[in-house]
Design a protein around this ligand. Structure first.
Ligand code: THU
Length: 157
């Protein structure tokens, strides 16, 4: 039977470049701007652009629950509208509960992966991904496409 494999690293802080660590710290900082009074689950995302700019996003909830938006999409739409022609090189995502101090393992939801894929497709260059894993470790993935096999893109239309 055919199968699909994805490659990733599981890295500790010591294995991260200074730039990657700065990106994770920016994602951690972004959690403090979450507006999440319903879930009390704070998510932070930071995007490194090719011009060195870091774009942060946090989840923004709404009393009409589906009207809210995940941190990743807030960050990607912020980058897409503020820096439409600047490539996104890497992204980091972390999460924490409002009443706790430690960060939690997190991976982007399916809807966010679809949006992330659109931007990767648009820029024709990979966006590296860092997700908080367990025990001070991070998953590092080479691109968004590997997170979403059997893709729906512009080529599907
Ligand atoms: N959330 C994100 O911000 N990113 C994800 O990838 C998963 C979920 C947010 C949405 C909602 O505000 C809260 O986490 C609980 O689902």
């Amino acid at each position: 039977m055919p199968s699909i494999q994805i490659s990733y690293d599981l890295v500790s802080q010591a294995d991260l470049s200074a730039q990657e660590w700065a990106l994770i710290r920016a994602a951690e900082l972004a959690t403090t701007t979450a507006y999440a009074p319903y879930s009390n689950f704070w998510v932070g995302t930071a995007l490194l652009l090719e011009n060195g700019e870091i774009v942060q996003g946090s989840n923004q909830e709404n009393a009409a629950y589906p009207s809210g938006l995940c941190a990743e999409r807030v960050a990607f739409f912020k980058a897409g509208s503020g820096f439409p022609n600047v490539r996104i090189v890497q992204m980091a995502v972390v999460a924490k509960r409002a009443n706790e101090n430690h960060f939690l393992p997190v991976a982007s939801c399916g809807a966010c992966r679809q949006v992330m894929l659109e931007y990767e497709y648009k820029q024709k260059a990979p966006i590296k991904v860092l997700f908080r894993a367990t025990a001070e470790k991070y998953y590092r993935l080479p691109n968004v496409a590997c997170l979403l096999p059997f893709q729906f893109t512009a080529e599907s239309l």
